[in-house]
Design a protein around this ligand. Structure first.
Ligand code: ARG
Ligand code: ZN
Length: 869
């Protein structure tokens, strides 16, 4: 393929400790959008046994101005577009490097860049090397002092990591601020922010009685949208003290919001930088989902302060060490914030839905990798649902195997051993294992083997003996043809053993550890075949091949007290209906109706029961994907549910009001989501009042969830009011970028017209020309392009070239602007080889169109190369 450079593959097995260590970094940065000057003074030491080695620093997209060793100018260095090499160095020295960069031209949003006139940085994974020459790797940890200088009227606020120790007025309208971070850190945790920002502040007392200053920094117009983020931060601080005994270690902790950001947020020491999407909220502009995302992302970044910052990664292959663990921690936090047992189950179901919708396909495609990858071409491509969400499942299984207390003992030992160090996933598992005297050798295969394990379940019942035979396997993944058995913790319970002589053992929830290819569970003394509830609460991230009878599934749906498996039973029955075209039995419909009308059940749980399996998850269930067949069959099922339960939907619509002042708590949010689903189902069923309900709901809403829900129904069902309300929505919120993102996304993800399959693409092409659209802003690009190509499979996948060409064209265009955003989009056709031939041909041409471009970034090149391979 055409490339300006050869692709380099980095291997985990080739890790080498650094030849030099950096003890202190003294940065002096004169900020100017068109030319920022950086003076970087470092104290460097040769590592033991590295005699004669030259110092090779990373550096990119900078103009090198001078190099000094112990104050003396050095001229005999070697400079490449990616490195600076200095020879003949003493064992200990001061290295001072002066360089310049151009923040306003930086559209990759890595390193130092400008967003809406303010300066921000993003250094993870390898952005620091765009700011200065450095050993830009996580196992080089130094203490930083940072002097920021800028013109005061343009950049009144100057922030960096740690504590503010000095502020000064300078000649010509400039000013400066000096920040000191007492904790040694890797360069990826460096941050600076400068510009016109304002903050809300709170002072709290931490566990040990120390005062902590908390700030949320935003543009002045957004100050009224910071309260929820601040509340979430305070709740996170308290939770980490209580659950893990971990206290905030700095006197000051800042969150800053920025409108141009590649990812969700970044855990820079003491100065977390966030995509505005995960900070700003008020009832009129943010939905319940936004509120809960803000809570969990704020928590996630805060929790990194211990799992990521105090103990960091030795190298980027260990990324899941901090990310899987921190996702697990934010999931546990959010579950605890739900305030009820049913709320916790709802949170678990939502997390599993995401895993199955996005991670299972990743694990079965060309980019499949273990949670601790063995190789990469571009590390940015490995901030994946596998490293994050599957990584969190691997941590969760350790908690399941060791128990909550055992897990806590392991965490305590992990911090006792490794505080201040850069370590590996092996170090984490060793701490868990040693603290509990539990052998986790086989368990560690979860770190090294990719692919989603499958467990086949075969039941038999004869002569009062019930047996469950469990057989595990795992499909081949790139570079891994065969797999060793996984250590799989399966929570299970045998239901319907009341009549047995010895029911005491069988009727409690048990933990079965499947460690071999095949093992059998035996229960004696039963009078009749019981019902098996297995992999409760999704205790392992696997696919269960279990042909359970409809009557057993109905039993689970009616009475399993494990809410996850109750939900799962309905999902399985729906899946059979979609994939085999089976019509819904009256038993099932009656049970579903009882559930919908059950006044005791959590509305959020009911909403999830009726949320059909995602198309991307359905694709996983078939050998050859016919996306239109799956799409239409799924819509048919939804129509049946709407039609047969119409009265119950009407009841649900009328009985889930949330009057009074808006409250984003889990119970109110659940009511609103069920109410929105009911409105959707009423429209789907053709209920005569549905159009009016939607319009009234839109007009009377005092919150974004209800307003957006009503608008979505109007747009999806082509209501006569849709165009007018879309326009009203745009006009009302035109100065609020995050709401305009929603406006784009709603239209890009609307359901396709079965009679006019190209209509959504047509709308998207028109929106692409809208004056508010820009490819440069990642949120905006994602709200239209990614939303259509990745979140609207029914409209996107057509047996023709048009939408695949649209996709390719945008990958190519984004590649020039922002490789990370482009590479995410490039993942959209990962699974092309599994599609039916009449789709495949067009997908392949689109992939090849990208492959033959010059100047592909390493990000996009890796994704496309692996897809075509
Ligand atoms: N560590 C951040 C988080 O998970 C993600 C930053 C990733 N950024 C990147 N450019 N790859 O919270
Ligand atoms: Zn993270």
């Amino acid at each position: 393929m055409a490339r300006t450079e050869n692709s380099i593959t980095f291997l985990r097995s080739e890790y080498k400790a650094p030849a030099f260590t950096i003890q202190t970094v003294d940065l002096d940065i004169a900020l100017n959008p068109s030319k920022t000057m950086v003076v970087n003074r470092m104290m460097i030491q040769r590592a033991a046994g590295q005699i004669g080695q030259s110092l090779v620093l990373h550096g990119e997209e900078q103009e090198l101005i001078s190099v000094r060793v112990n104050g003396e100018i050095v001229r005999g260095y070697e400079l490449t577009p990616h490195s600076l090499t200095i020879h003949n160095l003493p064992d200990q020295f001061e290295l001072s490097i002066t360089s310049a960069n151009i923040p306003e031209k930086n559209t990759s949003l890595m390193g130092l860049y400008v967003s809406n006139g303010n300066f921000f940085t993003q250094c993870e994974a390898e952005g620091f090397r765009k700011i200065t020459y450095f050993l830009d790797r996580p196992d080089v940890m130094a203490t930083y002092q940072v002097t920021l200088r800028a013109i005061k009227k343009d950049f009144p606020v100057l922030l960096s990591n740690g504590n503010l120790i000095k502020e000064e007025e300078l000649p010509n309208g400039w000013h400066s601020a000096v920040w000191q971070d007492p904790f040694p850190k890797p360069s990826y945790l460096f941050a600076l922010v400068a510009g016109k920002l304002q903050s809300i502040e709170r002072t709290i007392k931490s566990q040990s009685g120390k005062d902590k200053l908390l700030q949320v920094w935003v543009e002045a117009k957004d100050l009224d949208k910071t309260e929820h983020a601040m509340d979430s931060l305070i709740a996170s601080i308290k939770w980490d003290e209580q659950r893990f005994g971990l206290e905030l270690d700095l006197d000051r902790f800042m969150i800053v919001a920025v409108g141009d950001f590649n990812m969700g947020a970044m855990e820079n020491k003491g100065l977390n930088i966030f995509n505005t999407k995960f900070v700003l909220a008020n009832p009129e502009t943010a939905s319940d989902v936004d509120y809960s995302n803000i809570e969990s992302v704020v928590a996630h970044e805060y929790f990194h302060n211990w799992t990521g910052n105090r103990v960091t990664c030795r190298d980027w292959f260990q990324l899941s060490l901090k990310e899987g663990l921190t996702v697990f921690r934010d999931q546990e936090f959010s579950a605890d914030q739900m305030g009820s047992a049913s709320g916790k189950a709802v949170k678990r179901i939502e997390d599993v839905r995401l895993l199955r919708q996005v991670q299972f396909p990743e694990d079965a495609g060309p980019m499949a990798h273990p949670i601790r990858p063995d190789s990469y071409q571009e590390i940015n491509n490995f901030y994946t649902v596998t490293v994050y969400e599957k990584g969190a499942e691997i941590i969760r299984m350790q908690q399941t195997l060791l128990g909550r207390e055992g897990f806590r003992k392991g965490m305590d030992l992990y911090f006792k051993r490794h505080d201040g160090q850069a370590v590996t996933c092996d170090d984490f598992v060793s701490a868990m294992s040693d603290a509990n005297q539990k052998d986790l050798t086989e368990f560690k295969r979860w770190y090294s083997q990719a692919g989603t394990p499958r467990v086949k379940v075969e039941e038999s019942f004869a002569g009062n003996t019930y047996q469950v035979k469990l057989t595990q396997s795992c499909p081949a993944t790139p570079g891994q043809d065969t797999k060793e058995p996984f250590h799989i913790p399966l929570l299970y319970k045998i239901l319907g053993t009341e009549s047995s002589s010895d029911s005491s053992k069988a009727s409690n929830e048990q933990l079965f550890e499947l460690t071999q290819t095949s093992q059998t569970i035996t229960v004696e003394g039963l009078k009749q075949k019981p019902t098996l509830s297995i992999n409760r609460n999704f205790s392992a991230p696997i696919v269960l091949d279990f042909e359970q009878s409809e009557s057993d599934l109905l039993t689970l749906l009616r009475q399993d007290e494990d809410a996850f498996n109750r939900w799962e039973a309905a999902q399985k029955l729906f899946m059979r209906s979609i994939l085999n075209g089976a019509t819904l039995t009256s038993d099932l419909l009656n049970t579903l109706k009882e559930i919908l009308l059950d006044g005791q059940l959590d509305p959020a749980f009911k909403d999830l029961i009726f949320t059909l399996p995602a198309e991307s998850y359905l694709y996983e269930q078939v050998k050859v994907i016919d996306p239109q067949a799956i799409h239409q069959s799924r819509r048919k099922l939804r129509h049946q549910l709407a039609h047969h339960l119409q009265e119950a939907w009407l009841w649900a619509y009328e009985h889930h009001q949330t009057p009074g002042k808006f409250n984003p708590d889990a119970m109110s949010a659940g009511k609103r989501s069920l109410k929105n689903l009911a409105l959707h189902m009423l429209s789907e069923s053709g209920h005569a009042g549905a159009g009016d309900f939607a319009l009234k709901q839109y007009e009377n809403a005092n919150n974004m969830t209800e307003r957006y829900g009503a608008l979505a129904v109007m747009v999806n069902f082509a209501s006569a009011h849709a165009a007018k309300c879309l326009q009203h929505f745009h006009q009302t919120f035109q100065s609020d970028a995050l709401v305009i993102d929603k406006w784009f996304a709603l239209q890009a993800t609307r359901q396709s017209d079965l009679s006019n399959p190209r209509s959504v693409l047509k709308d998207v092409l028109a929106l692409r020309q809208h004056p508010d659209f820009s490819l440069k802003n990642p949120n905006r690009a994602r709200s239209l392009i990614h939303a259509f190509c990745m979140n609207n499979p029914g409209a996107f996948h057509q047996p023709e070239a048009a939408s695949y060409e649209f996709w390719a064209k945008h990958v190519i265009e984004l590649n020039q602007i922002n490789p990370q955003v482009a590479a995410r989009l490039a993942r959209g056709l990962d699974r092309w080889k599994q599609f039916a031939p009449n789709y495949q041909v067009h997908m392949k041409s689109a992939l090849e169109l990208i492959a033959k471009q010059d100047n592909l970034s390493s990000d996009v090149a890796e994704v496309i190369e692996k897809a075509l391979n």
